[in-house]
Write a protein that binds this ligand. Sequence first.
Ligand SMILES: [Zn+2]
Ligand SMILES: [Zn+2]
Length: 153
Amino acid sequence: MSSRRGPPKHQNSYAWKPNAGIKINETEVGGKFRPYSEITGVCPRCKEQIDWKRRYGKYKPLKEPAKCQLCTKRNVRQAYHNLCSGCAKEQKVCAKCRCRVDQIVGRDSADVEEEQKMLEEAIKNARERDRRTLLRAKRVTPSFQISTGAMLV
Ligand SMILES: [Zn+2]
Ligand SMILES: [Zn+2]
């Protein structure tokens, strides 16, 4: 009766690491100083796929807006998307795989802009006393500096 103990003879002594030995330029998109923009307008499965590409250095951000496969306008601002956010939203589909989805990941920038407009409207309509409070609140929120049509990387 032979009883072997201990680990098998040929065992991987180290885990495989993506990008091992490749120096990452932190000032490049995806680096520490220029993080990728949020993945929005897609179903959780596609988000996972895009996330995976980012993690393993296979993600290629768009250099210019891509053509939407539905309205054919150059309106697609996120890499790997096939539809512009407008069409995807109208059809209630994922901007990548075009499956019907109830749950879309992330918030559309148009929604954020709409919200900002509403807040500005509220500031306008607010009574003088309330206005000061709102303005103060707005100043400390950096997320309001989203410009229309900004390129997402
Ligand atoms: Zn479109
Ligand atoms: Zn999808």
